[in-house]
Design a protein. Structure first.
Lengths: 347, 552
């Protein structure tokens, strides 16, 4: 994303306390027009509260929220939810059970032309033109979700908020719908914040990911950067399998038991280097420059398997490899590290 | 959820625009809509608290002169009578209701479905109409005497006083215990009894050791309701001429110039009722713990009654005959044969119109008064909202006669323009029945997820619009059920109508009262039959509704 555009949503210094604890603690966040940003964090990290602050269901204790240049909360202003032009898709969809699909989608529209054209347009967008007369209770979970998206999109909101939209669906449906919703949002070209606790979901769907831990945003970046270059140990542990090995950094290289590795950004002194299991490539045929490891355990998991390796000094390392590679416990192997690495200084 | 009390921000940042940060944060959320709700709820609660507060003040004004009045022998006897009657009704009700509930849910009792319909039905007979029937049947010149006349019996002994007041009240209030006991039995999972059996207990020991103890909270709460009803009852004790607090308060009000004693007795009555209501609250809270699962408990195979099958059947017939058959047949007989019947019906059409008007207006007023309280309780929560919810029950703890007395005093002294007008009568009715309506609308609102309102807000509706477009349509069936419940209760209400109705305005209940007082049993019986017919339809509607809910 190009930060030259002015943000569609801008949050600065946002704070919210419940019973004395800061649920949202000094949050800064900019979301750019048309962007899909995932707000990722474990349950209780404050991400849903942040969403409700943006929607106007909660009032901040400090900081401000600006939507398309208009301040909606903070500094003595509070615009109620109905005047914020913020759409929301709720975790349980919150479809009105007494209204038809058509009436649900048209709920946020005025009467007249606007409504008669916009509702079918929205239903076509989400591929539900044929169920317009049904009640929400007669739809499948996936259909309900698409109705909820159509309903939120119908009034053409400036910002769309999705609160754990896939958590009520079973695994197979979840993955399929993720792609569908992503395409719908892209077609609607709407600025979106998606709240989720699911790393795969956030990394797989978003343009950018904001990782939130204990009420604070720890890192905002592209999914790839979040995963491959997490800003600190906690982000690294939250978005993937964290494995740290000791190293000695000098400029743009670091010396480790796996050899001298290229650093993403320069560092100096004693550090710990993040080596995710899939960054290790196992070479069973050759044993070059001295480092010998032994296969201690092989955990088979369908397409891939996780191999536990023991170094000469007994330290264990996990590596993922294709399950097509034949390997047995006790084999001697060597490993190489793929790509540049990140490291963390002492705490 | 938003904490109710504002707290100052301690972040140390200067707030812009010259406004404290916390002010923007906390008070802005109170939209005009919410402020309006709070104002309405506060007004209603104030109205609820005024009558008992006024009676208390009035009684205390007598100062030192009060205590000799209250503690003279006659007053103590009256209080004793009140407690004796209430306790007897509670015990008698349990004796009828618990076996009935068990027999109709758990056993191979013949015609089980029929008894399930009949057992709660005595609720539709207003207890004073029941009393009228008992007198008409067994009274000195009742039906029985007529049958015995050929045998030379020209007068039966007087049946008035405690035993008949108690028997009448038991027969027409036991459903208050039967219904929760049955619901609790249906809620218990069969596996518990089966577990007891598998652990080597006999059927009887499983019943007494496992099943019945779990009914205790439900039966306890129901019993306290019946006791509260007996304590507040005015019609039965007056017809049966048994001196309890309600009757003596009325006599004092009618005869004495100094109304201090009436006020003091009313305060004592309210105090007793509050104790009962508090007990009921606690029982009910405990009952909630016992409810197992989602109500879809598996029903066990019926217990074979063996040689007890036919005695149990006879017991059910006896209860149905006494509580339904005899009263209805007696009233119908008096209606048809009473010499005074047909010549004295000119008041009845007006009375029916009056009853329906009053029931409708009171139901609407009560529901409107209850909604702000239940909406705040369900959606906002917090200490004040909870307090309002509790206080809405105060009106229910104030027996009708006491509430009416308070309004007579207040109306005569401060509101002469409103005294004995429909608006004041309806306000009194709304206060008395507020708890029913708050309870029903609260339960209905709890069924509607707050997310639906949130969704309506993000789609551009302001809070009132969201309420109207989403919450009320969804909660409507439950709210309407509450209104229907209030309407039924108001149809049967006697003392408040008697004391507060505008001159010339009558209901079926006051018609029965007047006719009985004039000794015109045929006229009274006709009105009673009409009243029962009017209440039986909505009651069956309600039973159908709650019945289908418990089955899910």
């Amino acid at each position: 994303m190009t930060p030259i555009l002015s943000p569609a949503l801008s949050i600065t210094g946002l704070r919210k306390r419940f019973d004395g604890t800061h649920v949202v603690d000094d949050v800064d966040l900019d979301v750019y027009p048309g962007e899909l940003l995932a707000l990722l964090g474990p349950s209780g990290c404050g991400k849903t509260t942040t969403l409700r602050l943006i929607a106007g269901f909660e009032t901040p204790d400090g900081g401000r929220i600006v939507i398309t240049g208009e301040p909606v909360a903070g500094q003595g202003r509070f615009i109620p939810p109905e005047r914020r032009r913020v759409g929301m898709v709720f975790q349980e969809y919150a479809l009105f059970p007494h209204l038809s699909v058509e009436a649900n989608v048209g709920f946020g529209l005025g009467r007249g032309n606007d409504r008669t054209q916009r509702v079918p347009e929205m239903l076509r967008l989400v591929g539900l033109g044929d169920v317009a007369d049904r009640l929400p209770g007669e739809l499948s979970g996936g259909q309900q979700q698409r109705v909820a998206v159509a309903r939120a999109l119908a009034p053409a909101p400036d910002v769309l908020l999705l609160d754990e939209p896939f958590s009520n669906l079973d695994q197979a449906l979840r993955v399929r719908l993720r792609g569908e919703i992503r395409d719908i949002l892209r077609a609607a070209n709407v600025t979106t914040i998606l709240v989720t606790h699911d790393q795969d979901e956030a990394l797989g769907i978003a343009d950018r990911v904001a990782v939130m831990l204990d009420g604070r945003i720890r890192q905002v970046d592209t999914p790839e950067t979040i995963y491959r270059a997490p800003s600190d140990r906690r982000v690294a542990a939250f978005v993937g399998d964290m494995q740290l090995i000791p190293g000695d950094a000098a400029g743009d290289r670091v010396d480790t038991c796996l050899g001298s590795l290229l650093l993403r950004s320069p560092a100096h002194g004693t550090v710990e280097v993040l080596v995710r299991p899939e960054m290790l490539r196992i070479d069973a045929s050759a044993v070059p420059h001295g480092q010998r490891l032994t296969v201690k355990e092989r955990r088979f998991a369908g397409p891939v398997c996780t191999v536990v390796l023991a170094m000469a000094d007994g330290t264990a390392l996990r590596a993922t490899c294709s399950s097509a590679v034949d390997m047995a416990v006790g084999d001697a192997v060597s490993v190489s590290v793929l790509g540049p690495v990140v490291c963390y200084g002492p705490d | 959820m938003i904490p109710a009390t504002p707290s100052t921000a301690t972040d140390g940042r200067p707030a812009a625009a010259g406004e404290p940060d916390w002010l923007a944060g906390r008070w802005r959320v109170q939209s005009p809509f919410t402020v309006g709700l709070w104002a309405l709820a506060a007004l209603t609660i104030t109205l609820v608290l005024i009558p008992p507060a006024y009676l208390l003040m009035r009684a205390l004004q007598a100062g030192d002169g009060l205590w000799p009045l209250v503690f003279r022998e006659r007053t103590v006897v009256v209080i004793g009578n009140t407690i004796l009657l209430a306790v007897s009704v509670g015990i008698g009700g349990i004796v009828l209701a618990v076996p009935l509930a068990w027999l109709t849910t758990r056993t191979d009792l013949p015609l089980r479905r029929v008894w399930q319909v009949l057992a709660p039905l005595p609720l539709v007979i207003p207890s004073y109409a029941g009393a009228l029937a008992v007198i008409g049947m067994l009274g000195p010149r009742g039906l029985l005497q007529g049958w015995l006349e050929p045998l030379g019996v020209d007068r039966l002994p007087d049946l008035y006083g405690f035993p008949f007041a108690a028997i009448t009240l038991i027969l027409f209030t036991y459903p208050y215990i039967y219904l929760p006991a049955r619901a609790a039995l249906l809620g218990l999972d069969a596996s518990q009894e089966e577990a007891a059996l598998s652990l080597g207990r006999g059927r009887l020991r499983a019943l007494f050791g496992v099943t019945l103890p779990q009914l205790r909270p439900a039966v306890g709460a129901g019993t306290l309701l019946a006791v509260l009803y007996a304590m507040s009852d005015f019609g039965v004790v007056t017809l049966m001429r048994y001196d309890v607090l309600t009757r003596v308060i009325y006599t004092q009000y009618r005869s004495a110039f100094d109304r201090t004693l009436a006020s003091a007795l009313a305060v004592i009555l309210i105090g007793l009722a509050l104790v009962i209501l508090f007990g009921e609250f606690r029982m009910r809270r405990r009952a909630a713990f016992y409810r197992v699962g989602t109500g879809a408990a598996r029903q066990p195979r019926p217990v074979p009654l063996g040689r007890w099958r036919w005695p149990a059947f006879a017991f059910c017939i006896l209860v149905a005959v006494a509580a339904l058959g005899v009263p209805i047949l007696t009233l119908v007989w008096w209606m048809i044969s009473g010499t005074s019947a047909l010549s004295n019906l000119e008041n009845l059409p007006g009375a029916i119109g009056g009853s329906l008007t009053l029931a409708l207006l009171a139901a609407v007023a009560t529901t409107l008064a209850a909604l702000p309280i239940s909406i705040l309780g369900v959606r906002r929560g917090g200490r004040v909202a909870d307090l309002f919810d509790r206080l809405s029950y105060v009106g229910w703890a104030v027996p009708g006669i006491a509430l009416a007395l308070a309004f007579v005093f207040i109306g005569a002294r401060y509101l002469p323009g409103l005294y004995q007008t429909m608006p004041l009568l309806i306000v009194a009715m709304a206060i008395r029945h507020l708890a029913q309506s708050v309870g029903a609308s609260r339960a209905a609102l709890l069924q509607v997820s707050p997310r639906l309102e949130d969704a309506a807000r993000t789609l551009g509706r302001h809070p009132l619009g969201a309420l109207r477009a989403v919450t009320l349509p969804l909660a409507w069936p439950g709210i309407a059920t509450g209104a229907l419940l209030v309407a039924i209760t108001v149809l049967k209400e006697l003392p408040m109508t008697l004391l507060l109705a505008p001159t010339g305005f009558g209901t079926i209940a006051t018609e029965i009262w007047t006719a009985t007082g004039a000794g015109q049993y045929g006229r009274a019986a006709t009105a009673a039959v009409v009243l029962i017919m009017l209440t039986v339809i909505p009651t069956l509607l309600l039973n159908g509704r709650t019945g289908s809910r418990t089955r899910h």
